[in-house]
Design a protein. Structure first.
Length: 95
């Protein structure tokens, strides 16, 4: 029997290939809103970042996230994403 294939994705911050389940998905929905998708199941265009807040900061600073999501991220959106990531990581720590 073949071993089960593990889906791999690239972090847009550090550009490293990692297992999909270890990354966090950032999604732009059809209405153009950008948010963190902790379940990985929201509809829309997605990009993946590591669970490290520095990767998200780097992806925003280098405009990698804008390119991947095909959306313009304003400063308030960037701050909201960082806050959402921190909240998602804090929620995982309590589980």
């Amino acid at each position: 029997m073949k071993p089960k294939k593990i889906p791999m994705r690239m972090c847009v911050g550090c550009r490293e290939m990692k297992e999909k389940k270890t990354l966090i998905r950032v999604v732009r929905n059809p209405e153009g809103e950008v948010s963190i998708d902790p379940t990985g199941k929201k509809s829309g265009r997605g990009a993946y970042v590591c669970r490290n807040p520095e990767c998200l900061k780097r992806a925003i600073k280098q405009k990698q996230l804008e390119r991947q999501l095909e959306a313009v991220l304003g400063p308030e959106t960037a701050e909201a994403l960082q806050a959402e990531l921190a909240a998602a990581l804090a929620g995982e720590a309590h589980e």
